[in-house]
Design a protein. Structure first.
Length: 112
């Protein structure tokens, strides 16, 4: 949901129409959501990416992307994909926190 509110008082940060178009193109190209399911457990997500917090700062637009996977190679793949899309858009990336790959325990009481 997008809500627009009128702001009065102090000037607010804004970006040019060209920067707006570049940001929209970046956001449209970034992967978001489930990218793969477990082959042997099709009801379970294997790898996903989430575009989270976006914030306009003094030095530009900041976009937080969270990558998750049960398989290290898939986690590396989705992370590199995000970095490549950002690079193609002329954006910088920084890896901060990494959620380690995890394998579900199908014998756990919660999953049963």
């Amino acid at each position: 949901m997008l809500t627009l509110n009128e702001i009065s008082g102090e000037p607010v940060l804004a970006i040019s129409p060209a920067e707006t178009q570049a940001a929209i193109r970046l956001l449209m190209a970034l992967p978001h959501g489930v990218t793969s399911m477990f082959a042997d457990m099709p009801a379970f997500v294997e790898t996903s990416n989430n575009i989270g917090v976006m914030e306009l700062k003094e030095d530009g637009l900041s976009v937080v992307s969270t990558n998750r996977s049960a398989v290290f190679s898939r986690l590396d793949e989705i992370t590199r994909r995000v970095e490549t899309v950002a690079w193609l858009a002329g954006a910088k990336t920084e890896r901060t926190k990494m959620f380690p790959p995890w394998q579900p325990n199908m014998e756990s009481p919660l999953l049963k």
